[in-house]
Design a protein around this ligand. Structure first.
Ligand code: HEM
Ligand code: HEM
Length: 182
C-alpha cells in the first residue's frame, strides 16, 4: 500500500483538527463578540497563539511534503478532476499560509500583541473590524471552509463510491516503497 510519510499523516490529522477548531472559534465566537466584551481579549489571546502554532506546523509539513516520497495522485477517471485534485492539495498550503499571514498582519497592524499579551491597556482599537487584513482573513476563511467541504466529499467519494481505499493512504502502516513517487 503506498502511503504518505507517517510524520505527514500525523500532521494532516492534527492540523485538520486544529484548523477546524480555529475556524469555528474565529467565525462562531470571536467574530460575534463586540470589541468591548470582557471575553474578547482572552479569546483573541487563545486564537492568536493557536493560529501561530498552526503556522509553525504548516512549515514543518511543507518541508516534509517536499522532502518525502508520497503516493502518486489517486486517479479519478477524469483528466480535469485529476488536475484539480493536485491543485486543491497545494491550495490548502496557500490558504492556510494566507490565514496565518493575514492574522499576523492584523495583529501587528492593530497593535494587538501588547494589548492581548500584556503591557498595554486592555482596550481593542475601534477600527479592528474595518482593517483590510481583517477582511482578507474572513474571505480566506470562507474559501478554506469551501475547500475543506470539497476535500472531504472527494475523500468519501474515493473511499465509498470508487472504493480505492484512499483513506488508508493518509494513515499509518507499512509503506510499499516501490509505488511511491518523488
Ligand atoms: C482542515 C481539514 C483538512 C485539511 C487542511 C486537509 C489537507 C490535506 C492536504 C493538503 C492533503 C495532501 C497531502 C499533503 O500534501 O499534506 C490531504 C490529503 C488527504 N486528506 Fe485531507 N485535509 C483535511 C481534512 C481531511 C478530512 C476530514 C479527511 C477525511 C474525510 C481527509 C482525507 C484526506 C485523504 C484520504 C488524503 C490523501 C489523499 C491522497 O491519497 O492523495 N482530509 N489533505
Ligand atoms: C490557520 C490559522 C487561522 C484560522 C483558521 C483563523 C480563523 C479565523 C476566523 C474564521 C476568524 C473570523 C473571521 C470572520 O468571520 O470574518 C478569525 C478572526 C481573527 N483572527 Fe484568525 N485564524 C487563524 C490564524 C490567526 C493568527 C495567526 C492570528 C494572529 C496572530 C489571528 C488573529 C485573528 C484576529 C485578530 C481576528 C479578528 C477577531 C475579531 O475581529 O473579532 N488569526 N480568525
Amino acid at each position: 500500500m503506498p502511503r504518505y510519510h507517517p510524520f505527514l499523516v500525523a500532521l494532516h490529522w492534527l492540523m485538520a483538527l486544529m484548523i477546524l477548531v480555529a475556524l469555528a472559534a474565529g467565525r462562531l465566537l470571536l467574530a460575534n463578540m463586540p470589541p468591548d466584551s470582557p471575553d474578547k481579549i482572552a479569546g483573541l489571546g487563545g486564537h492568536m497563539v493557536f493560529g501561530m502554532a498552526i503556522g509553525v506546523l504548516l512549515v514543518l509539513r511543507l518541508v516534509t511534503r517536499l522532502r518525502s516520497t508520497h503516493p502518486p495522485h489517486a486517479p479519478t477517471g477524469n483528466a480535469v478532476l485529476d488536475r484539480m485534485s493536485v491543485w486543491a492539495h497545494w491550495a490548502f498550503y496557500a490558504l492556510i499560509g494566507g490565514m496565518v499571514m493575514t492574522g499576523l498582519a492584523m495583529a501587528f497592524g492593530a497593535g494587538l500583541f501588547p494589548i492581548v499579551y500584556g503591557g498595554a491597556a486592555q482596550i481593542l482599537p475601534p477600527g479592528l473590524q474595518d482593517l483590510p487584513q481583517r477582511e482578507a482573513h474572513g474571505l480566506i476563511a470562507t474559501a478554506l471552509v469551501a475547500l475543506i467541504a470539497l476535500h472531504v466529499a472527494a475523500a468519501f467519494w474515493h473511499q465509498f463510491a470508487r472504493k480505492d481505499g484512499l483513506l488508508r493512504r493518509m494513515w499509518f502502516g507499512k509503506r510499499s516503497t516501490d509505488e511511491l513517487a518523488e
